[in-house]
Design a protein around this ligand. Structure first.
Ligand code: ZN
Length: 241
């Protein structure tokens, strides 16, 4: 039986590696991206370039990569007063969470993704969330994702499996995983075309890719890439999810 997966693909480093991971495992892989008025909207353009480049890396990828879906979630941006959707400073709020936190974002993304997966006949949903060196977003936690798997499966009355291949990997191990999956070509694609910078800055090319170099997302990516160069073969836990 054909195994079908839907990947939450933002155009960022993590979801690009998660997409490659899915292409290695499932027979048919579709992608979904959400437009919620994010400041770093340039990531939506990056997704197009990454999807266009992936088939040239491997005949398997070319065969398996299917349709892309873009979902307009302007309503989420409209109700969110955050540094990702407003022109406010990126900092840490009194809650201890960075002001880039969009409350409930992954819960909403997953609910839409599940509805789409249901319609497309995909049992597997893959997302690049990570609890290891994340910014403290509660909706990236392993328990949150597991609870969502149960809730969505019950609510749709269909077995859905949520895969989080990066959950226990840090950024350095995610770079290493890219190389382990698709060699230098995939690593180059991740560095060159995936987008992390919260400010949407793609004017300066650093060794780790494009970005302002100063926002928390850039700092995490830069630090991860430097650590990757020291231990390029450590792609993290052998279990995948
Ligand atoms: Zn930045």
């Amino acid at each position: 039986m054909t195994s079908r997966a839907l990947v939450l693909f933002s155009g960022g480093q993590d979801s690009t590696v998660a997409l490659a991971w899915a292409l290695e495992r499932f027979d048919a892989v579709e992608t979904v991206g959400f437009d919620y008025g994010q400041r770093h909207r340039v990531e939506l353009e990056c997704r197009t370039g990454i999807r266009a480049a992936l088939p040239s890396l491997s005949p398997l990828y070319a065969q398996r990569l299917g349709a892309d879906h873009r979902v307009d979630l302007a309503a989420l941006g409209a109700i969110s007063e955050t540094a990702l959707t407003r022109d406010t400073e990126i900092a840490f709020a009194e809650t201890g969470l960075p002001t880039t936190f969009v409350p409930g974002r992954n819960l909403i993304f997953l609910t839409f993704a599940a509805a789409l997966a249901y319609r497309r006949g995909a049992k597997h949903i893959v997302l690049g969330v990570c609890e290891t060196d994340y910014s403290g977003y509660p909706d990236c936690r392993d328990d949150t994702i597991k609870a969502m798997q149960v809730a969505l499966g019950l609510g749709l009355d269909r077995r859905l499996v949520l895969h989080t291949p990066l959950m226990w990997r840090d950024k350095a191990q995610t770079f290493a995983l890219a190389r382990a999956l698709g060699g230098e070509a995939l690593l180059d694609l991740v560095v060159e075309q995936s987008h992390s910078c919260y400010l949407g800055d793609r004017s300066t090319r650093h060794p780790w890719g494009y970005g302002c170099g100063g926002c928390p997302a850039c700092e995490l990516r830069a630090k991860g890439y430097a650590a990757y160069l020291i231990a390029p073969d450590d792609s993290g836990p052998s279990h995948d999810s």
